[in-house]
Write a protein that binds this ligand. Structure first.
Ligand code: SAM
Length: 242
């Protein structure tokens, strides 16, 4: 039976490109967990920002390939070697996407405005000194500036601009990125959220969040929202333990 996600042995690599790691696996697990919903969602355009090795976008394509016809896949990365490696990974799995070397989604923003149905992002989220953000090569894969939020905070408005009315957005975050604040920022743009996957490793506590437009959600009051987030987190953890 063909694999539903990318095979690590077929994922191309380069020392200047982020290797699939716990965060990449958690993001793909989130997509696998949501597979039935993704198929019913019937996306026309799916996109990844920061594709690195191509493991995530290739997995997304394989997840939907036989179930949802005619999907257009795109992936971007600032690192030109990552763009090359992603193309190699796609080719090794016999699938296709447009891979563009650009900052977030520059040069695509007009063409794709309001049309992306599924967006996936595993951003550089590690808290680092600000000067490390956007450095050339592998450092740009993880360096996230203060609270690991510098690149994330640039990505959020772009995603809002690109997502279609029914668009879904999957985002990898760390506890130190203050995910409740990220959810509040997205709430202010009219999005609801849910935690799809939580992973604790020796080094980090990861949350994969999913956002979608929901104009009816209540409360923009910060304190009320933060306690809603805590309750969502506790009930997610409770369900995990069962
Ligand atoms: C944590 S890695 C994730 C790689 C891959 N998606 C995965 O999950 O294995 C972050 C990726 O984002 C890319 N990146 C960093 N800043 C970016 C930006 N401003 N625009 C696009 N890609 C960016 C990095 O080059 C790196 O490949």
């Amino acid at each position: 039976m063909p694999s539903r996600i990318a095979e690590i042995r077929l994922v191309s690599s380069h020392r200047e490109v982020y290797e699939p790691c716990d965060d990449s696996f958690a993001l793909v697990d989130a997509l696998l967990t949501d597979r039935t919903n993704l198929i019913e969602h019937n996306p026309k355009i799916c996109m990844e920002i920061g594709c690195g090795s191509g493991y995530v976008i290739t997995s997304l394509i394989l997840l939907l390939k036989n179930e949802v016809p005619g999907v257009h896949y795109l992936a971007t990365d600032t690192n030109p070697i990552a763009a090359r490696v992603t193309n190699e990974t796609l080719e090794a799995h016999g699938v296709e996407a447009d891979v563009i070397c650009t900052d977030i989604a520059s040069c695509l923003e007009n063409r794709l405005a309001g049309s992306v149905d599924v967006m996936v992002v595993n951003p550089p989220y590690v808290p680092t000194p600000e000067y490390e953000v956007g450095m050339e090569g592998i450092a740009s894969a993880w360096a996230g500036g203060e609270n690991g939020r510098t690149v994330i905070d640039k990505i959020l408005p772009v995603v809002d601009h690109l997502l279609s009315e029914k668009g879904w957005f999957y985002l990898v975050t760390l506890t130190s990125n203050l995910p409740a604040e990220i959810c509040l920022m997205m709430r202010k743009k009219g999005y609801a959220f849910r935690i799809v996957v939580q992973r604790s490793t020796d080094e980090e506590n990861l949350l994969i969040l999913k956002f979608w437009r929901d104009k009816d959600e209540e409360s923009l009051d910060k304190e009320v929202f933060m306690s809603q987030f805590s309750r969502s987190f506790s009930s997610f953890m409770e369900n995990q333990r069962r």
